[in-house]
Write a protein that binds this ligand. Structure first.
Ligand code: ATP
Ligand code: PAF
Ligand code: BAL
Length: 283
């Protein structure tokens, strides 16, 4: 695996591969890699000839009281994992090149219509930070295909719309959520949890999604009742619930009885972590 740190290095490495007729897959990450990330790498390898992974803890998507400083940075371990999994290029981005005049002075990209709900309500600058850095990474790497996880369902929906609206020349592919044996969605932030939080309490988030889906498939249409029940159960288990929303899969707006394609999106605080999860299904 070739590791590069600068825009010009990654651009010339990708250009050389494209000149050989290779189809380039791209997996943007914030590092501290786990099996969830590796399923995205496997998907990119399946669809493309070569795979580029970026690692960058993007300051623009963190709020002032969030975990930007403490976010786990494990470059050496990540680099070894990516080598073992057959990645061709690791692009370790540098803030001085991504935001040369400071992140606040950079042009911002936002997908307003999908932004002010779910995670965007609690983290107001979050999706603008993501859309901005993903646009920039696409322009730098110029992949044929980019793979994102369905765990960040709202992020994936926003990126798909941005690419469609702006006619960005990249195919966006989603990869299913990788879970621990308990059902907990894998996440770098699971590392903030104590053993008891991780093994006993955290899986309740996924359990609440499964139970709400079961009730809906059995005919329940009082979505507000399901939301209140999940909030109560999460709070009782030790979470501070953030949201539990039953939405239309495409618009992410609250689902009505007529909606056939649903996604239940949930987030909650547990100990030092904020965890998210979702489940999408058709009626
Ligand atoms: N469990 C998972 N299953 C599938 N994809 C995942 C999973 N976890 C993360 N991803 C995807 O990996 C990509 C990079 O995500 P990121 O580096 O932020 O990891 P993360 O574990 O989600 O971190 P965090 O805990 O900060 O949310 C994103 O497209 C994200 O959706
Ligand atoms: C897409 C992304 C790499 C942009 O910083 C990040 O939001 C993530 O890791 O999901
Ligand atoms: N996986 C989404 C990135 C974040 O929470 O900042």
């Amino acid at each position: 695996m070739k590791t590069v740190h600068t825009i010009s290095e990654v651009q010339s490495a990708v250009a050389a591969l494209k000149a050989e007729g290779k189809r380039v897959g791209f997996v943007p990450t914030m590092g501290n890699l786990h099996d969830g990330h590796l399923t995205l790498v496997a998907k990119a390898k399946e669809l493309c000839d070569v795979v580029v992974v970026s690692i960058y803890v993007n300051p623009l998507q963190f709020g002032p009281n969030e975990d930007y400083d403490s976010y786990p940075r494990t470059m050496e371990q990540d680099s070894q994992l990516l080598t073992e999994h057959g990645v061709d290029i690791l692009y370790a981005c540098q803030t001085k090149e991504i935001y040369p005049e400071g992140s606040e002075n950079h042009t911002h990209v936002s997908v307003d219509i999908l932004d002010g709900m779910h995670c965007g309500k609690t983290r107001p600058a979050f999706f603008t930070g993501i859309a901005t850095v993903v646009t920039k990474l696409f322009n730098i790497v110029r992949p044929d295909v980019a793979v994102f996880g369905e765990k960040d369902f709202q992020q994936l929906t926003i990126i798909r719309k941005m690419v469609r609206d702006m006619r960005m020349p990249v195919e966006v592919v989603g990869a299913p959520i990788a879970r621990e044996a308990t059902g907990l969605a894998m996440s770098s932030r699971n590392g903030y949890l104590t053993r008891e939080e991780r093994e006993v309490i955290a899986p309740t988030l996924h359990q609440c999604l499964l139970d709400a889906r079961k009730a809906i498939l059995a005919g329940e249409r009082d979505y507000d009742l399901l939301r209140r029940n999940a909030f109560a159960r999460l709070a009782e288990t030790g979470f501070k619930p953030d949201y539990f929303n039953i939405s239309n899969t495409r618009t992410l707006l609250p689902a009505g009885a007529e909606d056939q394609s649903l996604v239940i999106l949930a987030a909650g605080y547990l100990g030092k972590a904020r965890l998210i999860d979702n489940i999408a299904f058709d009626l």
